[in-house]
Design a protein around this ligand. Structure first.
Ligand code: NAP
Length: 332
């Protein structure tokens, strides 16, 4: 019988996740039932939210239980199908898990659109992180031409697309990133108007310099001290799509702040949390638009690829250390 290699959650991580929090097991591949598909995983997405799923904090999906296969989004190729809707060789995406082969219900899979683009584009701009940038910025941020848009984790998978869409909307775009190399990429290749290496420069002073008219839209990816620097600099009736709070995902203690919470009232800000799948019905239209921008060269992207399933737990921590540029994923 064919074998699968599978990561199961062994214990809930304390602080940063460690390889020892997982068990990498060899398991037999079970036979398919009606409407099930066997997918050979090719790319496994590593996302900050993986760390949330490993915990038992109240969250937007059930947590991964100890003993379960670690949940993860991925792209793969259909190996075997018991559904009329899929055939061997189809490229698909879905919650495939941290494993070499995934046995899933056909209804949970999507076929990749037949775009003439490299496969990794479906992990970044044409995948979950691209949709997150698109819906969060356009539906919640509602940027208008001439407005100032600031995005944190700007050289990451979501942030790099947010900034480019904001440029397409005619905005003045400022990105925060944790290295000079990332800042250089954002400014020179992606066309951001200004960049701040928040690890090097005083964030408040740099924001005052680069956002002389204040901030109309702040696309929030990190939380913590960054948010406290942004809030007093927001303009009246500014919008904050609250996409993520990566600075606190490994926290064991209560997370303090935001200390500038009162500014939400003073400036009449709209702060709205969202999860990309709130916009599920609009994903095909968003993919179409993002694909067009990609083809037209109006959106560019980078991938950070780590080879080998066994690297998944350590590689996930690259997100928390700022060691990725663009979308981080495992190639199996
Ligand atoms: N709401 C949704 O549906 C949804 C969907 C996808 C992602 N997200 C959220 O969006 C955010 C970005 O996700 P992503 O997948 O695109 O990851 P990413 O931005 O590609 O990677 C994470 C980046 O965050 C920065 N970072 C890490 N720790 C930080 C800290 N303590 N303070 C400031 N910056 C820090 C690092 O860049 P630097 O080098 O710049 O520090 C790192 O490269 C995350 O918060 C994630 O949870 C939300």
């Amino acid at each position: 019988m064919a074998k699968n290699r599978v990561f199961r959650l062994k214990v809930r991580p304390q602080g940063e996740a460690k390889a020892s929090d997982f068990e990498l097991r060899e398991e037999p591949l079970e036979l398919l039932s009606k409407d099930q598909i066997l997918v050979k995983v090719k790319y496994l997405s590593l996302d900050p939210t993986n760390r949330i799923w490993m915990s038992d904090m109240p969250q937007y999906m059930p947590p991964v239980e100890v003993g379960d296969v670690m949940r993860g989004l991925g792209i793969g190729m259909v190996e075997e199908s018991q559904s009329p809707n899929f055939k061997k060789g189809d490229l698909v995406s879905g919650l495939l898990g941290w494993q070499e082969y995934s046995k899933v219900e056909a209804a949970s899979l999507s076929k990749l659109p037949q775009w003439d683009v490299p496969l990794d584009a479906h992990m970044g701009p044409l995948g979950m992180t691209g949709w997150t940038a698109y819906f969060g910025l356009l539906n919640i941020g509602q940027p208008k031409p001439g407005e100032t848009v600031v995005v944190s984790a700007a050289a990451g998978a979501v942030g790099s697309i947010v900034g480019q869409i904001a440029k397409i909307q005619g905005c003045h775009v400022i990105g925060l990133a944790g290295s000079d190399e990332k800042c250089h990429w954002l400014k020179e290749e992606l066309g951001f108007d200004g960049v701040i290496n928040y690890k090097k420069e005083h964030l408040g002073k740099a924001l005052d310099r680069l956002c002389p008219k204040g901030i109309d839209v702040y696309f929030e990816n990190v939380g913590g001290e960054v948010l406290d620097m942004i809030l007093p600099r927001m303009n009246l009736f500014g919008r904050i799509p609250l996409c993520g709070l990566i600075s606190s995902y490994n926290a064991e203690d209560k997370v303090p702040g935001p200390y500038q919470f009162s500014q939400i009232l003073m400036k009449r800000l709209k702060v709205q949390g969202f999860i990309v799948f709130d916009f599920a019905k609009d994903i095909p239209a968003a993919t179409e638009q993002l694909g067009q921008w990609l083809k037209d060269g109006r959106i560019r992207y980078k991938s950070t690829i780590v080879k080998g399933l066994e690297k998944a737990p350590e590689a996930m921590n690259m997100l928390f250390k700022g060691e990725n540029t663009g979308k981080l994923f495992i190639e199996l």
